[in-house]
Structures are given as C-alpha cells and as structure tokens.
Design a protein around this ligand. Sequence first.
Ligand code: DOR
Ligand code: ZN
Length: 347
Amino acid sequence: MAETSITITQPDDWHVHLRDGAMLEQVAGFTARQFGRAIIMPNLTPPVTTVAAAAAYRDRILAATSDYPEFKPLMTAYLTDSIAVDEIHRGFVEGVFTAAKLYPAGATTNSDAGVTDVKKIYPVLEAMQNIGMPLLVHGEVVSNEIDIFDREAVFIERIMQPLLNDMPELKVVFEHITTKDAAEFVAAEGDNIAATITVHHLQINRNDMLVGGIKPHLYCLPVAKRELHRQALRAAATSESGKFFLGTDTAPHAIGAKESACGCAGIFSAPHALENYVQVFEEENALDQFEAFASLNGPAFYGLPVNNKTITLEKQAQQVPVQIGEDDLAISPYRAGETLAWKLVTG
Ligand code: DOR
Ligand code: ZN
C-alpha cells in the first residue's frame, strides 16, 4: 500500500540564497520553518568576504528568523582572487565560516568578484585542505565558446579534476549538479567529494523551461539539462550513496527581474521544498532513502550531528500560492498555482 505519511529526522538545506534587507525578511521564514540548518550563500552585493561581514549577516538572518529560534544559519565566505588565507582560516577556526564558496568570475548572479583562475587561490585552498574546511563549488566554466548546456561537464575536465589531482584531501561539495557527468564523477571520487541536488533539477528538464513558450521562472544556473540528465540525478539522489544530499539553491528574484528581456537566474523553491523532494522520492519508489538524502548525508559530510527533532509529511493536497509578497518584493514561487500531493504537517 502507498505510504500516506512519512516522519524523518529534521532535514537541513545545504545551499540557500536568503538575500538581505526586506527580501531577507520576507523569505527567511520559509527556509527556517522546514530546516534545522542552512548553508547560506555569500553572493550579496557586496559579497561576504570577511569574518566581520559574515557575523553581521548571520545576526540579520537570526533576527529575520526569530519565529524559529532553533534554526541555525551556517555562513560561507565568498572567495575572490585576492582573499587572504588568514581571513578564511580565522573565520573557520572561530566558527563563523562553515565553508567557502568558489564562484568562477562571471558564472552567475553576483559572481563578478569571483575567482578568475583557481590557481590564484591555491594558498587558500591548501589551508582549507589542511584544516578540513569544505570548498563549495559552482561548477561551470565561463568561456564564451563553451555552450551553456556543456559548461558543467567541461568544468569537470578543465577545473575540478585537475584541482582534485593537486589537492587530493580537499573536501569539496559540487553544488547543484545538473548532469549525468557530474553525478558519475562525484560517485567515482573519494569520500571527500560530495554533491547537492536541487529539487527543480530532479523535477524539470530543459523542455519544461522552453517548450510551449519560455518560462522565466524555471530559468536558473546551472540551467536545466536534457531528460537523461534529470534521470541520472534522480538515480543519484535516491541511491544508497551517502555522497548526495539536499540543497535547494532557492534563489528569490522579484517578478520584474525574472520576467524581463534579460531575466535573472534563480528559482524560489523554499516555500514547498520538502513537499516537492518527497514527491520525487515517492515517484522513484524510494521513500526509504529520503531521510538519508534530506537529513543524514549532509551532516555526515560536514562532520556535524544530525538534528534531534523530527518532521512529518502527509499525503494531503495543497495549492502553491500564485505569488508571494507585493510590489518590488513580489516573487513567483516554484510551481506557482499548482497543486502538490504532499504537505509538511509538523516541524
Ligand atoms: O540560478 C541561480 N541563482 N544560480 C546561481 O548560481 C545563483 C543564484 C542567485 O543568486 O540568484
Ligand atoms: Zn546557488
């Protein structure tokens, strides 16, 4: 008989964009309502490059999530060509930085200050390898001659593999993987390499974004790929491997910035993240693997305890609002207006 309810250890979200100011106030609760902890991306304007900036941002997040006092934001440093080894090292030792994020310069939203050549930050990466500090990687090359749909696969060959050859002990999370190539690469590497998988990359392929009219709210980076890649991601997420874990990459942008001649990349999936993930696991007949993916594999990789609460999801239809927020803060949530099969009932 089909399951009608599932109770698991409270999950964490290992990849979240919370923004700042009024947008932070508006979106943070959606993440804090469901998750025990979240890895907070540092691509603000200006980016979070110092221990002081991360500590101040953490305080703003805690203020914005005061309705959920147990929620713990885990802060990250934004790596630049000129970032000092000492700043990264000190931030990790002091417990402010949980990890550091590598954005290839120009790869995505607010990545202009990112890294132009990974060799330039080798001293920082060597220090991270020595202290066991995870490197979180946006794995796409930025060269103009590389097709956007090939940018992740080419990144593996040109950047990721050589980096791991040079630093075999570095802990690396290949963020938001979108290809069979990346899933196979991560599975074949040592235990120091893991990956996050978003819910949208498990649910949509590039046809969903482009057939029958362009859907700007399904545009994100890395962009959704062809169906065979989606299938490979579903197999990886539901496999018994401990290397794959939940990371929504929820990335709110105002509707006007998405529905534009040059629309921003990012999908605001936070509001019903767990309901959508559990749907995927149900469709794959893998509900027994859901807890490992959502709640156990991430803490094991980061060397953190699992959460001590549980959450329950029930088979209960609910409708996603068409819009969240008003005016400049209006956002279209992932699957806006659609009916979902599952509902988070406790947490
Ligand atoms: O789609 C995306 N949106 N991908 C990223 O890498 C960044 C994010 C954002 O910050 O909007
Ligand atoms: Zn992201």
